[in-house]
Design a binder for this molecule. Structure first.
Ligand code: ATP
Ligand code: FE2
Length: 364
């Protein structure tokens, strides 16, 4: 099966083609394949694990193109982001097909990010996907962006049943699979981790997105400042930390580097503490880190240390699949297409507040 994925939840417009181990159109003709890789993603009961078979070589990313909207100043302006996406959509789509070396007729289905996200941005991906599906008579699947981040992480790292720490610009959640759904066990009580980083960056005069530059500055930090630290059970909060850091900087008595170091240490310690608690309660020894903030080296290191100390293992999504990308949407399209009927066009309205637990998981 070969799927075109379209991503447009926030700042990135992406298009990608993924193909599963069964191959493209010809191989997939006939009845839907509900076994194959889906089955190999089941937790392995016996000692003879087939883990080695579950690798990216079987579910190939034929192409993954994207173009990111970067605001001149400040955060993302939703209308401008949407205009950017409309302007770039056809080029990004054509490049994805060209890079994959296929024609649109060789696709088996189309998937797009149906939510959650910013409505003006989401609309662009939905319109492009619907238009292509109708023009080329392709089955369409609206997929959940959060499950896209989780499933690409699971695919790329070969973890089976992890506790997932999903941290991005719009979301920060501790998620795990239970009873046929991905359940949120803990989450931010206010703003997302990436959003807090981007807002701090703005105060420091760093352009959006601020995560990478804060990471670079933090490496030059020397003094660990005391900042607020809020974990409640498996939930956490970043708005107090952010306000405190912004005030400190505005008062002018701290070095940028020290502030970035301290901000990161506090924020990532909160995330790791909540994640560890979820692992203990759920009796899991694997943890998967995914989402845009998963590109952060320090967070990756802290999570690995925590998992190691528990006798477990941390699985880290490769950086190129950490931030928003369309390969994860194409892969989630394949997951759905192998197990579900396509959506009706009338059922593809965007869902800007769509939560992961609302999705019935048919592919595990
Ligand atoms: P979602 O809809 O999943 O919330 P998003 O729109 O936030 O997605 P992502 O690409 O998943 O998009 O995440 C972007 C966030 O990741 C930004 O807040 C950015 O600052 C942050 N980020 C990117 N690289 C790093 C890094 N190296 N360290 C910390 N944060 C990072
Ligand atoms: Fe994302």
């Amino acid at each position: 099966m070969r799927c075109l994925g379209i991503e447009s939840t926030a700042h990135t417009f992406g298009a990608a083609v993924m193909e599963d181990e069964a191959g493209g159109k010809a191989a997939a003709s006939g009845t839907r394949n509900t076994g194959g890789v889906s089955a190999s993603h089941e937790p392995q009961g016996g000692s003879e694990s087939t883990d080695a078979e579950r690798s990216v070589r079987d579910e190939e990313v034929l192409s993954s193109e994207k173009d990111m909207y970067e605001p001149d100043e400040g955060g993302i302006h939703p209308r401008e982001a949407a205009e950017h996406h409309y302007a770039k959509s056809l080029d990004v789509y054509s490049n994805a097909l060209r890079q994959a070396g296929i024609e649109v007729e060789e696709l088996d289905c189309i998937a797009f990010s149906q939510g959650p996200g910013m409505p003006p941005s989401l609309d662009v991906g939905a319109v492009v996907a619907r238009s292509l599906a109708l023009k080329h008579n392709l089955p369409i699947y609206g997929v959940n962006h959060i499950l896209g981040h989780i499933e690409i992480g699971r695919l790329m790292t070969d973890t089976e049943d992890p506790v997932v720490l999903y941290v991005s610009g719009g979301n920060s959640q501790v998620v795990s699979y239970a009873g046929g759904r991905y359940r949120v066990f803990g989450e931010t009580l206010d703003i997302a981790a990436g959003n807090a980083l981007d807002k701090l960056a703005r105060t420091l005069g760093i352009p959006h997105p601020g995560g990478p530059e804060i990471e670079r500055l933090a490496k030059e930090g020397e003094e660990l400042l005391e900042l607020s630290y809020v974990v409640k059970g498996m939930d956490f909060s970043f708005s107090g930390l952010l306000t405190e850091a912004q005030r400190m900087y505005e008062k002018g008595d701290v070095r940028k580097e020290d502030l970035c170091l301290s901000f990161q240490e506090h924020m990532y310690a909160m995330l790791v503490e909540a994640t560890e608690r979820a692992m203990a309660h759920l009796d899991r020894d694997e943890v998967l880190l995914t989402g845009g903030v998963a590109a952060n080296g320090r967070l990756r290191e802290m999570l690995e240390t925590m998992a190691g100390e528990r006798g477990g293992e941390a699985f880290l999504v490769p950086s190129e699949y950490a931030t928003d990308n369309a390969a994860m949407i194409a892969w989630q399209g394949i997951n759905r297409a192998r197990n579900e009927e396509p959506d009706r066009i009338s059922g593809t309205e965007i869902m800007s507040e769509w939560r992961p637990e609302e999705v019935k998981v048919t592919w595990r």
